[in-house]
Design a binder for this molecule. Structure first.
Ligand code: GLU
Length: 464
């Protein structure tokens, strides 16, 4: 483990062969939160050594996804393929120090070895043919293999999984350099994690076996290993593997579905990590509370309903400036509309069921007259209700105190004098004022629209 003075350095190391999905985003979030909590560094390494499968689109999607989630790395990304010479240099060093050896076994020979092992019911492993040779011919194609320890045990103190140990005779000599001269994943990861000074590797538990291999390489090179935390993968709500529908979705699909980054961070954090019974919390709380010891050992379940509920909470308690920016963009509003928007946001956000719904419920403020009523609103304009609206209108024209109290007092008095209930004219007025209905009551709508606009909208209908 690291001493208390060592700066914590974590990394997120995606392979850019697809979009940033939920699982990757959670890995990034945990690595980021842990670094933030300890005033450490969070680094990004794009593992693009597979030149055939890595795409620029996928790299961009990963960068955009992290950017949207506000998981900003503390340094420009490291592109793994740019380190290839360094990886080869370490392989050469390992050859020189007898930590690795050249293997000239052909594909056919390896196939045969495999078949023999199968027939004898033995585990399929490289049999060490070239390990035991003094030297191999210079003119043959070769791979470089790690001279893995053959006796004893490799023990990994995983911060989530606990102690993981593997008998060294269970692992064969891993290829470090392919015959085409490209270093393999496990070698590259070790060298990069070392060179980047990574103190904590937090990643999916599908890499647990790799961690044992990587630990052996760290040990062979006499480099200190990072601490490992392998987090269980995410399952669907039914406990089975994550469905294609949600599992394969890019993080940006959630953006398009109207999720707030703050809500995503909250929900993703709860996928596998917990802080007592707290379900809804801010990012500041997450950073404060984050602790690898509180990551669970069993797979987390992705529950869309919970995710939606988390989003609603964050919209209803959301920062009004952030929400305003979103609404302005969605409704293509010019900057001078912001003041009007900001007066309505505190009331409307409390009613929002999603970001779309928030936008829809604010649209009425910016409609140009005459306001077009939808079918449902039109149907509500029955003769008896309209008769009441006609009665309210002239009285309302005389109201000067157009504020919350003034409006409430006015209607209180009006209803009493005319023996009417709010339901006999309020919902209809609401439909006229908004064209669609609103979760807000008519008093609030009148207040937000102001006297002139409210009366004009009512008059547009009454005059017809
Ligand atoms: N590039 C690997 C992946 O995307 C992760 C490597 C690591 O975290 O060590 O699965």
């Amino acid at each position: 483990m690291t001493s208390s003075e060592t700066k914590i350095i974590t990394r997120f190391a995606p392979s850019p062969t697809g979009f940033l999905h939920i699982g990757g985003a959670r890995t990034a979030l945990f690595s980021w939160a842990f670094a933030r909590k300890h005033q450490g560094l969070f680094l990004l390494r794009i593992e693009d050594t597979d030149r055939e499968r890595s795409t620029d689109d996928a790299i961009q999607a990963i960068l955009d996804g992290l950017d949207w989630l506000d998981l900003t790395p503390d340094a420009p990304p490291v592109y793994q393929h740019q380190n290839i010479e360094r990886h080869r240099e370490i392989i050469d060093q390992m050859l020189a120090e007898g930590l690795a050896y050249k293997c000239t076994c052909t594909k056919e020979a390896l196939d045969k070895m495999r078949e023999k092992a199968k027939a004898e019911g033995k585990p399929i492993r490289y049999d060490g043919t070239c390990r035991n040779k003094e030297s191999v011919p210079d003119d043959l194609p070769f791979t470089v293999r790690f001279k893995a320890p053959q006796e004893g045990t490799t023990v990994l103190g995983d911060l989530v999984q606990g102690e993981v140990s593997i008998e060294n005779n269970q692992l064969d000599d891993l290829i470090l350099l392919r015959s085409d001269g490209t270093p393999t994943y496990n070698l590259s990861v070790v060298v990069d994690d070392h060179d980047m000074g990574i103190t904590h590797v937090i990643r999916g538990d599908d890499h647990l076996t790799n961690a044992v291999r990587q630990s052996q390489i760290f040990d062979a090179l006499s480099w200190s290993r990072p601490a490992y935390a392998h987090i269980p993968l995410i399952h669907g709500a039914d406990g089975a593997k994550l469905s294609k529908r949600y599992g394969a979705l890019s993080v940006e699909a959630y953006k398009d579905m109207g999720f707030l980054p703050e809500a995503m961070r909250n929900y993703l954090a709860r996928l596998g990590w917990s802080h007592g019974d707290d379900e809804l919390f801010s990012t500041a709380d997450l950073i404060n509370w984050f602790d690898i010891a509180a990551i669970g050992k069993s797979p987390a379940r992705l529950d869309m309903e919970k995710m939606q509920a988390t989003n609603i909470h964050h919209i209803q308690h959301g920062d009004e400036d952030v929400l305003a920016d979103y609404v302005m963009e969605q409704l293509s509003l010019s900057p001078e509309n912001k003041t009007k928007l900001m007066t309505a946001l505190p009331m409307i956000k409390k009613t929002a069921k999603s970001l779309d719904n928030l936008v829809e419920n604010l649209r009425f403020l910016f409609l140009t007259r005459p306001v077009k009523l939808n079918d449902k609103a039109l149907e509500s304009l029955t003769d008896d209700k309209m008769a009441n609206v006609r009665k309210v209108f002239p009285a309302l024209q005389k109201l000067d105190a157009w504020d919350a109290d003034g409006i409430a007092n006015f209607f209180g008095k009006f209803m009493e004098e005319n023996d009417l209930k709010l339901g006999q004219f309020g919902p209809v007025m609401r439909n006229i004022l908004t064209g669609t209905g609103s979760p807000l009551g008519v008093y609030d709508l009148l207040l937000l629209l102001g006297k002139e606009e409210s009366l004009a909208r009512l008059d547009d209908i009454l005059a017809n």
